[in-house]
Design a protein around this ligand. Structure first.
Ligand SMILES: Cc1ncc(C[n+]2csc(CCOP(=O)(O)OP(=O)(O)O)c2C)c(N)n1
Ligand SMILES: [Mg+2]
Length: 309
């Protein structure tokens, strides 16, 4: 499967999983879809039949609230059945709202922001101690997540030990949960901050697959690398793009779900099937208040953790 096909599938699964469950974070899932797709289609070394294989690269989705994106990538890569995606957020499901290591292919549970880089740096350090020069560690973080002090302690550690086998990716969509990052706690200029911490910095368009492939393959002799991936929160669904509403709101029945699915169908790559709505949805006109509604968190009764986390 190409990275473009996988990215489309991650977006389609993400819409379905949040729609079915009433789960949050579709904006974050759409933002990171291309990054995850390129990692799983072109970069990461893994064995879906032997998820704990020692020779694998390590991957941590530190912005664990976008768990649906990694679940979709793992299912599409044969770690478990695609059908199981429908249980996302349901009571008793392995596919909890935030990333769980109970699933094959997940190295570390995340959701409490700010921990992934510390753990990833430890993994990279251990690899070096063990003389492993074949593998790398990848950690994907949010830009709001970079407000966590632990991120910068890990950045210092990685620089100090010259962990050139560690690659961090910042999904730099300029937004966090309730507002723009720079209105919440300033994170700009992102690249300069990482440079000051001694990292090799590569800044790219985080939706450009060739730029992602090149950046994620880059080698550095003695520095950890951070890829600042400039992204659009909600990328791919016009009415979700850069609208903070869609951090928490899920695609509701009616025009929200129908329009989202139909927008994806307009850009469906050749050779990809939509297992949920093969021919798209009925044409539905957005309601007049579209884009104008206030944040509305409604919970589906059979699901827990459906909203604000
Ligand atoms: C330690 C911690 N504090 C707060 C939260 C609640 N929370 C979930 S998502 C989120 C915003 C994250 O923004 P960002 O890292 O920019 O990710 P994005 O959704 O924009 O990709 C917050 C504050 C959390 N999960 N963990
Ligand atoms: Mg963000």
């Amino acid at each position: 499967m190409t990275s473009e096909q996988l990215a489309w599938k991650i977006r389609r699964h993400g819409i379905e999983m949040t729609h079915l469950s009433g789960g949050s974070h579709i904006g974050a899932i759409l933002s990171v879809a291309d990054i995850i797709a390129v990692l799983y289609a072109n970069i990461l070394i893994f064995d879906n039949k032997n998820p704990k294989w020692q020779g694998r690269d390590r991957f941590i989705l530190s912005k664990g609230h976008a768990g649906a994106a990694i679940y979709a990538a793992l299912a599409e890569n044969g770690f478990f059945d695609v059908e199981e995606l429908k249980t996302h957020y349901a009571n008793g499901s392995r596919l909890s709202g935030h990333v769980s290591h109970h699933l094959p292919g997940i190295d570390f549970s995340t959701g409490s922001l700010g921990h992934g880089l510390s753990v990833g740096a430890g993994m990279a350090f251990a690899m070096k101690q063990n003389g492993n020069t074949d593998n790398r560690v990848f950690v994907v973080m949010g830009d709001g997540e970079c407000n966590e002090g632990s991120v910068w302690e890990a950045a210092e550690f990685a620089n100090h030990f010259r962990l050139n086998n560690l690659v961090a990716v910042v999904d730099h969509n300029k937004m966090q949960s309730l507002d723009y990052c720079d209105k919440t706690l300033e994170v700009s200029p992102m690249a300069k901050r990482w440079e000051a911490f001694g990292w090799n910095v590569i800044e790219i368009d985080g939706h450009d697959h060739s730029a992602l492939k090149e950046a994620l393959s880059a080698e550095n002799a003695d520095k950890p690398t951070v890829v600042i991936a400039n992204t659009v929160k909600g990328k791919g669904i016009s009415f979700m793009e850069m609208d903070i509403l869609w951090h928490y709101r899920f695609p509701h029945d009616g025009w929200e779900y129908n329009c989202a699915v139909n927008e994806l169908h307009k850009v469906k790559p050749d050779g990809v099937e939509d297992i949920y709505t093969p021919d798209g949805c009925p044409e539905t006109t957005p309601e007049p208040e579209a884009g104008d509604h206030t944040m509305c968190l409604t919970f589906k009764p059979d699901y827990r953790m459906g909203g604000l986390e």
